[in-house]
Design a protein around this ligand. Structure first.
Ligand SMILES: Nc1ncnc2c1ncn2[C@@H]1O[C@H](COP(=O)(O)OP(=O)(O)OP(=O)(O)O)[C@@H](O)[C@H]1O
Ligand SMILES: [Mg+2]
Length: 263
């Protein structure tokens, strides 16, 4: 009996693999031939000037937009054609550049909804939640972990910007996401709240074992947190390296500082 030939062997190892990703809108190439491979459990920063395509890349990976070229593999599975909810069920979670919480709902309700959505259940907002149901217990345990359990009943719209970002991270922690995309989690966060957020992102990586990809303009915070940094410039990734090597990379310096011609 001959050995069956598999049509598309899984590339071993990568939590996320982006191959030749492109997005053309009208005549504009918003993403151009983006290649990226992220090892499981790593924390990777994405930097680049405004308009470089960072959010668009996250939109393509999470399924909010369809790329016009290339493919995206999550743990070796091609997810390029999957809808946003199917990608979420496959283990992909994200936060948005602008807060996406429900401001009138309490801290607890926001996380409970995330738990229920991840389980594929209905939101059951109309039903008065019992404090001992499984989704609520799970939500409270995550909120304890991120330091928000003291204010379970406070409306999400009433908490500080830093706490809102923590709450978004708690909502992701409450799901079974294996790959999480964080779009500028520190943007607009008061300096006193940064350390708490950094801790929460570390919990995501070290305790939950998530692979984390985060866009962040606070370069100093990012460089102290991530394993690798990807640099985007005009819709493509021009470098992927350790924070130290990125800081010393002349192509990156020219892309940021205009001291030369970036590749
Ligand atoms: N749907 C769209 N239609 C047309 N152009 C778009 C669309 N979405 C994004 N763009 C353009 O694509 C480019 C990349 O935008 P994107 O928001 O991804 O940049 P970014 O790197 O996240 O920037 P920032 O750091 O400011 O958040 C910009 O020039 C933007 O105007
Ligand atoms: Mg952006």
């Amino acid at each position: 009996m001959s050995t069956p030939v598999l049509p598309d062997p899984k590339p071993a190892g990568a939590a996320l693999r982006v191959e030749g990703l492109g997005l053309q809108i009208g005549g504009a190439m918003i993403l151009k031939d983006v290649d990226l491979e992220i090892a499981p459990g790593s924390l990777v920063g994405v930097i680049g000037p405004n308009g470089a395509g960072k959010t668009t890349l996250f939109n393509a990976i999470s399924g909010v937009i369809r790329p016009t070229a290339g493919r995206i593999l999550l743990d070796g599975e091609d997810i390029t054609g999957l809808s946003v909810p199917r990608r979420a069920r496959a283990g992909l979670g994200r936060t948005f550049q602008t807060s996406s919480l429900f401001p009138r709902l309490s801290i607890l309700e926001n996380v409970r909804i995330a738990v229920q959505a991840a389980q594929g259940g209905s939101y059951s907002l109309l039903r008065f939640p019992r404090r001992d149901d499984a989704a609520t217990t799970q939500a409270i345990s995550v909120l304890e972990r991120v330091g928000l359990a003291g204010r379970l009943d406070t409306p999400a719209g009433d908490i500080s910007h830093g706490d809102k970002r923590k709450l978004e991270i708690a909502s992701l922690l409450a799901t079974d996401s294996r790959l999480v995309l964080l779009d500028e989690p520190m943007a607009g966060v008061a300096s006193g709240d940064v350390a708490g957020l950094v801790d929460n992102i570390r919990v995501m990586q070290r305790e939950k074992g998530c692979t984390v990809l985060m866009v962040e303009h606070h370069i100093d915070v990012l460089m102290g947190l991530v394993d690798l940094v990807a640099v985007m410039y005009f819709g493509t990734i021009i470098a992927l390296d350790t924070p130290q090597n990125i800081m010393e990379n002349p192509t990156v310096q020219s892309a940021y500082l205009g001291t030369g011609t970036a590749a």
